[in-house]
Design a protein around this ligand. Structure first.
Ligand SMILES: NC(=O)c1ccc[n+]([C@@H]2O[C@H](COP(=O)([O-])OP(=O)(O)OC[C@H]3O[C@@H](n4cnc5c(N)ncnc54)[C@H](OP(=O)(O)O)[C@@H]3O)[C@@H](O)[C@H]2O)c1
Length: 421
């Protein structure tokens, strides 16, 4: 990759998330000096308007379009890393991955579309390993923070000759703009990506926590040990709702990461029981309201789970078509001034084989999906572009297996602080 003239390309830089990635890289370029980055877009005139409004000036803007493979090849052949923000990924992602593998360029995206990730693992893992390329999917708030946090705990346990047997992850919003507005949470781009999964012929794999684990016997052990559950729970005064935006993203990634770590260490893989949720704290008087909200979130995710288990892709396609029309698309997004005033936390409690409890605390600033995610994606891109900053492994990887536990400290610059206790 030595002859590349660009370190990091942001493809889909006009997207809500891409604009924040570009702004972060512009700021990091001024700190680092010598960073070579570029925006890649399908519409140069729109990009000029968008970047002017954002006050961002990419050093170069490349024209690339998903439907034009030669434009993707030209983009990928100049870059060390491509950050892909063009979703829904199951509709637009494969040709970008193909171009990156063919050009020998690392690839990172923000998909949460697990059936798509499974297909990409099957299609590109061997090719990417042969090319020395890292394909890093699900590299936003789903699933980088829990994946990297659990990797830190697993590494500390292994140093003491132990392994993890239980992992419990709780996210919590600490501060958000008030009063909340419906557009504060998910963009049209994200809603359309979630809806696209409902129409996927392999939607059943979203309820399968072992679907990204390469070895079938191990995948079965994961299913038995750690099924995905969406019922609300109660712990230490908090009501625990299913993870947002969906309970069907992190588990598969986290179990794949654990399986890849075991494979690399040459150890048999014993799956841990994994549980996650969104903790809603508050006064005793607010408990019924919190239970109603958690129950509603569980109900929606439970229905999605039932649809996935029903093996009726025809119904899924109809639901997906209807929701694609009914829900907003690209351009529907949180107001700009409402993106920064967020703070959120993730607590990872892990129990080891000797019964010891370990904790990893993650504190973060900014809107989880569009600010923290954009910055962590950009920082992941920078790490991958630097020789020697990430482990020497390739193939279809998870964020933690691609970036390594040493990278955790770097994410503080992106407003994501990890601490292991
Ligand atoms: N996992 C996470 O934590 C997380 C967080 C945030 C976002 N995401 C995902 O990231 C993706 C982006 O979300 P968003 O809301 O930022 O997107 P968005 O604002 O809807 O933007 C979509 C982008 O795709 C570009 N695009 C569409 N079709 C294209 C084509 N044929 N060729 C080239 N470019 C094309 C658009 O270009 P134009 O501007 O020219 O239309 C735009 O830049 C979504 O899939 C979302 O689910 C995930």
């Amino acid at each position: 990759m030595g002859q590349r003239d660009i370190d990091v390309v942001v493809f889909g830089a006009t997207s809500l998330t891409g604009r924040h990635v570009a702004a972060y890289l512009a700021q990091r370029a001024s700190e680092l000096g010598g960073l070579r980055w570029a925006a890649a877009v399908r519409d140069g005139a729109k990009a000029k308007r968008v970047f002017a409004a954002e006050g961002v000036e990419p050093p170069e803007t490349i024209l690339a379009e998903v439907g034009n493979p030669s434009s993707l090849r030209a983009m990928a052949s100049r870059a060390i890393v491509v950050l892909n923000l063009v979703g829904p990924y199951m509709l637009y992602g494969e040709s970008v991955i193909e171009a990156c593998v063919d050009a020998g360029c690392h690839y990172v995206d923000l998909t949460g579309e697990i059936p798509f990730v499974r297909r990409m693992n099957a299609a590109f893992d061997a090719r990417a390993r042969a090319a020395g390329v890292k394909i890093v999917q699900v590299c936003g708030v789903a699933a980088l923070p829990p994946d990297l946090g659990i990797a830190l705990a697993a590494e500390a346990a292994a140093k003491a000759g132990e392994h993890l047997v239980e992992v419990d992850v709780e996210s919590r919003i600490v501060e958000q703009p008030m009063p909340p507005r419906p557009s504060d949470f998910l963009s049209g781009g994200s809603l359309q990506s979630i809806v696209a999964v409902a129409g996927d012929p392999e939607i059943d794999c979203i309820v399968d926590p072992g679907c990204l684990v390469p070895d079938p016997a191990t995948a079965q052990a994961v299913r038995v040990r750690s099924p995905i559950r969406v019922r609300p729970r109660h712990r230490d005064g908090a009501v625990i709702a299913p993870m947002a935006p969906a309970a069907f993203i992190n588990p598969a990634v986290i179990h794949r990461a654990a399986a890849l770590r075991a494979e690399e260490d040459g150890k048999p893989f014993t799956p841990f029981a994994y549980r996650e949720g969104l903790a809603m704290g508050g006064s005793t008087a607010s408990l019924p309201v919190r239970y109603v909200v958690a129950g509603a979130l569980s109900g929606i995710q439970g229905l999605i789970g039932m649809l996935a288990r029903a093996h009726r892709p025809d119904v899924g396609r109809r639901v997906s078509r209807f929701l694609t029309q009914a829900l907003p698309g690209s351009g529907y997004e949180p107001a700009r001034e409402r993106l920064e005033p967020w703070r959120w936390q993730m607590s990872i409690r892990a129990r080891t084989s000797t019964g010891r409890e370990m904790r990893v605390e993650i504190n973060a600033d900014g809107h989880p999906f569009y600010c923290t995610t954009a910055r962590m994606l950009a920082e992941a891109g920078l790490l991958l572009s630097e020789a020697g900053s990430t482990p020497d492994r390739s193939g279809c990887l998870t964020p933690s297996t691609a970036l390594g536990t040493r990278s955790a400290g770097r994410f503080a610059r992106a407003g994501l602080r990890f601490s292991l206790a």
